[in-house]
Design a protein around this ligand. Structure first.
Ligand code: IPE
Ligand code: IPE
Ligand code: MG
Length: 253
């Protein structure tokens, strides 16, 4: 299983199927609005599509799936929606962990978790522990996550760990402190819902990720839609700074 790899320090291996897919699951609210339903109905439907995507990743041999569930800026939403999203998160953790565990899925949650309070943190901790022995698919939920927060917390911890090296720190020094230190950088980023922006998701890790934007709303993002994203990925030429010609030359030519 691939461990952390850096696209700026070495050229990653070409892969036919992405090893790591990162997703901004956007458009739940608009999906509900189109049906004259409350926004929460879109979030409920969205959880079903998460189940489907996990199944597809297992079938396709994708080793890492990272889902943006709640951003550090989503606290700005109406209190009622925030509360409902938290309740859905708790419910999903309580109901899905056994099945994930049986299917070889390791669950991880990244983000600024203390803001969630001790009960939810404990639930997260137990879910992570229960599935810690699995390695077929690592499902990472980014909750109260922000890319800038991630880089800052890593920088602060690095500074505490090796204050004597101030001014000499490298990318390689920082990377073990980043939230996603256990995963290779994403090969494919998907954002549903039509917006073409990163919204403070994995800022460091997306440096060389292939970006895929689709107007399809998250509750409509079925396996067939996911396969379109994978097919688009497979057509891309990933140069990592090199020329096209270099890609066909034998190594060290
Ligand atoms: C994404 O859907 C889910 C979360 C941010 C939790 P939205 O709720 O942002 O849906 P739209 O963008 O309003 O349609
Ligand atoms: C991004 O979606 C965050 C998640 C999907 C969790 P938003 O709907 O919050 O993003 P913006 O506000 O449109 O950029
Ligand atoms: Mg949105």
């Amino acid at each position: 299983m691939a461990i952390f790899s850096s696209s700026t320090r070495q050229v990653p291996e070409a892969v036919a199927v992405p090893c790591h897919v990162a997703v901004i699951m956007d458009g739940n609210g608009r999906w509900a609005k189109k049906r004259l339903l409350p926004r929460v109905a879109g979030h409920v439907k969205g959880v079903e599509l998460v189940r489907e995507m996990v199944r597809t990743c297992l079938e396709r041999g994708i080793g890492f799936l990272t889902l943006f569930a709640f951003s550090s800026e989503n606290w700005r939403r109406p209190q009622e929606e925030v509360t409902l999203l938290m309740q859905l998160f708790v419910k999903a953790l309580e109901q899905e962990v056994e099945k994930l565990g049986r299917n070889g899925v390791r669950l991880r949650v990244v983000g600024d978790l203390p803001r969630f309070g001790p009960q939810l943190q404990e639930l997260i901790h137990r879910a992570e522990e229960k599935t810690a022995g699995n390695s077929r698919l690592t499902l990472t939920i980014a909750a109260n996550y922000g890319g800038r927060w991630d880089i800052m917390q890593a920088a602060n911890r690095l500074a505490q760990a090796t204050p004597e090296r101030l001014g000499a720190w490298t990318e390689a020094d920082l990377e073990p402190f980043l939230s996603m230190h256990f995963a290779p950088e994403p090969d494919l980023f998907i954002r549903t819902g039509g917006e073409e922006r990163i919204s403070n998701f994995l800022l460091w890790q997306l440096a060389y990720t292939e970006l895929y934007f689709t107007p399809t709303l998250w509750p409509d993002f079925t396996t067939a839609e996911f396969d379109k994203a994978i097919a688009s990925f497979q057509k891309r030429e990933r140069r990592f700074g090199r020329t096209s010609e270099q890609l066909t030359e034998p190594p060290n030519a």
